[in-house]
Design a protein around this ligand. Structure first.
Ligand code: FNR
Length: 428
């Protein structure tokens, strides 16, 4: 049990711990600044894996826009306010959280580290930070939930062409203790991701990032029907052999040749490609989800105030302002730039969260100041995973917590409620 004193002093304790370890020649688990963290991750993963994680759409201008959006606002610290006790806790959908942070859903984490989603699940559970399970995870949600105890978790959904599959995924999420469903709206089609295109590399075609499907009864029964309809086996050539081996190895079950002969692994990839997204999705479709889950529903990818108003009107429970980390629309508005108008449009009726470009405790502070209820951390934790597995994720998140707590105190705030728009100015 954490005492109040330990909780309040967490940031200073962490800082001291790092410096004292340094006296003994011990190096920190992960670098502290984002550039060095990204470089360290790059050194540990394949070039395809790094391209997939780091890349954005087109010229990657949205990646820069996301950063510039934060740089346009500055914190104006206030003095002599007794900041010896700092409370970073928040309430979100009836749950008490130690810090206003969650982890973004990030797919195909097996490209970062073999621990993949399990490393993230254990690290977040150790800190009480909600993990948002990705629809494109490398590990089934049930396996992650099994190592998390009571720690909070949400599920992120990509709305597939099959409502039956949607229903199945959401009910599995409910079964394994998820307390919210996040529907990602901005990826009805994959963006024009130049780094991946340059390498002609898409992990899903190699059977990666489809663990939620391969563990789903509805998906597997669709697969069985599909196989009955066409008994065609993949043609094996030298050029496809290596990829085929990867795909077969990713498919659950034993017996490489048995799986290969069955044709199921390749058929599963084909089926996934056929059904994973529904570009025809409209606001009216949301009622299906509303009818099929008792969990709060959040929409991820909202950037326009009118869409925020619609979200409220359609009975949605929350919004995540996001441009998918610049991976979808090159030249899109910075997520942080979009935040104030989305917050204004919702008129406090539902919580608004933010991701895309969050790299420091100061970014978290600024997002909260302009009305975000909480902030989701993306690439930084994935890079932490690449560098040191579970320990790397934990270190990145602890660094965010400490950095944010210190920023808050040094700015003159002792509670989240103190972090108001008046703590910021916008540069001309
Ligand atoms: C993502 N993101 C994402 N979002 C989602 O809803 N489902 C997913 O499976 C994924 N997968 C994914 C993979 C990788 C490698 C990245 C970098 C991102 C988007 C993610 O949830 C979040 O919106 C962004 O990561 C936020 O931007 P930053 O902070 O990472 O730049």
């Amino acid at each position: 049990m954490t005492t109040d004193r330990q909780k309040n002093m967490a940031a200073l304790d962490r800082q001291r711990h790092i410096y004292v370890n340094g006296m003994a020649g011990l190096r920190p688990v992960v670098p502290f600044d984002f550039q060095s963290l990204e470089t360290a991750a790059r050194q540990r993963i394949s070039k395809e894996g790094f391209a997939y994680m780091a890349g954005g759409a087109g010229q990657e201008s949205t990646l820069q826009t996301n950063r510039r959006a934060f740089d346009q606002w500055q914190i104006v610290p206030r003095m002599l306010r007794d900041v010896s006790h700092r409370d970073t806790s928040i309430q979100l959908f009836g749950q008490s959280l130690p810090t206003p942070l969650l982890t973004c859903p990030i797919g195909v984490l097996e490209m970062a580290h073999p621990e993949a989603d399990l490393g993230v699940a254990k690290a977040t559970a150790g800190l009480g930070i909600p993990m948002i399970f990705s629809n494109q995870a490398s590990v089934p949600m049930e396996d992650c939930a099994a190592v998390m105890g009571q720690s909070p978790r949400w599920f992120q959904l990509y709305w597939s062409k099959s409502n039956e599959l949607v229903q199945s995924l959401v009910s599995r999420a409910e079964q394994c203790g998820c307390t919210a469903v996040v529907v990602t709206l901005d990826t009805t089609m994959l963006g024009w991701r130049t780094r991946d295109l340059n390498l002609a590399y898409l992990p899903f075609l190699r059977g990666m990032g489809i663990a939620q499907y391969l563990s789903d009864p509805v998906f597997l029964s669709m697969l069985a029907q599909m196989q009955a309809a066409s008994a065609a086996r993949p043609k094996i050539t030298l050029t496809t052999l290596r990829n085929l081996i990867t795909v077969v190895n990713k498919y659950p079950g034993r017996g490489f040749f048995k799986k290969l002969r069955s044709g199921k692994p390749m058929a599963a990839v084909r089926l996934f490609i056929d059904i994973y997204s529904r570009p025809s999705l409209t606001w009216e479709d949301l009622s299906f989800l509303r009818k099929n889950t008792r969990l709060p529903i959040l929409l991820k990818g909202i950037l326009h105030p009118e869409d925020a108003q619609k979200a409220v009107a359609y009975g949605v429970d929350g919004i995540i302002v996001s441009n998918h980390g610049g991976r979808q629309v090159d030249g899109a508005i910075g997520a942080f730039t979009a935040l104030p108008s989305v917050v204004a449009a919702t008129q406090g009726q539902i919580p608004v969260l933010l991701d895309s470009g969050v790299r420091t405790g100061a970014d978290v502070f600024k997002a909260l100041a302009l009305g975000a209820k909480a902030v989701c951390i993306g690439r930084p934790y994935a890079y932490g995973l690449a560098v040191a597995g579970q320990a790397g994720v934990a270190a990145v998140l602890q660094n965010f917590m400490a950095d944010f707590e210190l920023t808050m105190g040094l700015a003159g705030c002792t509670t989240i409620a103190n972090i108001t728009p008046e703590t910021l100015v916008k540069s001309e």
